[in-house]
Write a protein that binds this ligand. Structure first.
Ligand code: CA
Ligand code: CA
Length: 371
């Protein structure tokens, strides 16, 4: 989804030059100095080794080792969309994946250490955005080009679900610190996933953390928990009975949310049980950025080369619904807004294209790392 479609925007020498008159003393000092130097060298090596181990521990803290393997990627049910086909065999190497979505606490640490400013906190670059729109699209008022992001707003009643502009509103001042707009904040939501994250925000965090974004093949493989027949991360228990499995939308989208899972919007990470690999919220809560460009026919391309090893997505991006969009990337896993009547994003095979600059209050990420 492009933000702009809604509001027109879318990391010696030894110091031994001492000359002494007493040879014995000189010899002693030389010996002592060499011994001490050797001690210092040894100590230095140990410290370096310890530092390295500490760094590795920090990086891997909160991560899960996902085994490698081959699986059949793509739609597993009648709900599958065209872009989930053809099903094709994919080999994934072992990798580490964050057990949870990145939280507000984690993102706060990143921003405090780096001073990073997210896309939603910057003014909109009209010259850049206009390249992705039909020619002669008029420049919107400056007020629309102020920093901001998309915020979900429920409708009064049933609406045409093909028109998502009805439940997304542009809010100046909406960003990760202000999920619902400038009057809101994240106090009490420290352990909720960070939202209003654009692709480059997620990439910047990952680089700072010594990690990377996962591919969609990695996320689908990891979401299954090792059972390729799983439609959802928890298995195949129907979504209507899975209110204790994930944070999604119960009731009638986008106007009636029964909150049977306990949450209208985001939930704290780890609020629901993990899948078989120990991963939380692989379905629901917030959509998660992947490293892959979205192309509606990328599976067609991959299926023609036999078993595809560690696919990284299409070289070019294409979404037939928004042909002017310059670059769309894949998001996975669905969000607190997902419902069977709309996107069924909680299915492990579900792919969703997203404009790289578009964050919203249902979009976050988690990181991966090579072994
Ligand atoms: Ca919910
Ligand atoms: Ca998620």
């Amino acid at each position: 989804m492009s933000s702009f479609d809604l509001v027109c925007r879318s990391g010696g020498m030894l110091p031994f030059s001492v000359i002494l008159p007493d040879l014995r003393k000189s010899t002693y000092i030389l010996f002592a100095t060499i011994v001490c130097y050797a001690c210092d060298t040894s100590k230095s090596a140990r410290e370096t080794d310890a530092d390295t181990k500490n760094t590795a521990t920090e990086i891997l803290e909160g991560m899960v080792l996902i085994p490698g393997g081959t699986f059949t990627m793509g739609g597993r049910s009648e709900q599958a969309y065209q872009d989930e086909f053809p099903r094709h065999d994919v080999e994934v190497s072992p990798f580490y994946l964050d057990a949870t979505e990145i939280t507000n606490t984690q993102f706060t640490k990143f921003v405090e250490e780096t001073g990073y400013l997210t896309v939603a906190e910057r003014p909109v670059d009209w010259d850049e955005i206009s390249k992705q729109l039909p020619a002669n699209t008029p420049k919107p008022p400056d007020s629309v080009l102020m920093p901001g992001s998309l915020v979900f707003k429920p409708t009064e009643g049933p609406v045409d679900l093909r028109d998502f502009s009805q439940w997304w509103v542009w809010k100046t001042g909406a960003d990760w610190r202000h999920p619902e707009g400038p009057q809101s904040d994240i106090s009490g939501r420290e352990d909720h996933p960070v939202v209003h994250i654009a692709l480059e925000d997620a990439q910047a965090y990952a680089t700072w953390a010594g990690k990377r974004l996962p591919t969609e093949a990695e996320l689908e493989w990891a979401a299954t928990g090792g059972d390729n027949d799983n439609k959802y991360p928890w298995g195949n228990e129907p979504i209507e009975q899975a209110y204790d499995k994930a944070n999604f939308w119960q009731g009638f989208f986008p106007y009636q949310n029964l909150e049977e899972d306990g949450f209208y919007a985001t939930a704290p990470v780890k609020n629901y049980p993990p899948n078989a690999y120990g991963l939380y919220d692989m379905a629901g809560n917030v959509w998660e950025w992947c490293a892959d460009r979205y192309h509606v026919q990328s599976y067609e391309q991959d299926s023609q080369v036999g078993v595809v090893k560690n696919p990284e997505g299409s070289v070019v991006s294409y979404d037939p619904n928004e042909p002017y969009a310059k670059e769309k990337f894949v998001v996975r896993g669905g969000s607190f807004l997902c419902n069977d009547s709309y996107c069924s994003g909680y299915r492990v095979a579900r792919r969703m294209p997203s404009d790289r600059d578009s964050g919203a209050n249902h979009k976050g990420f988690r990181c991966a790392k090579d072994i």
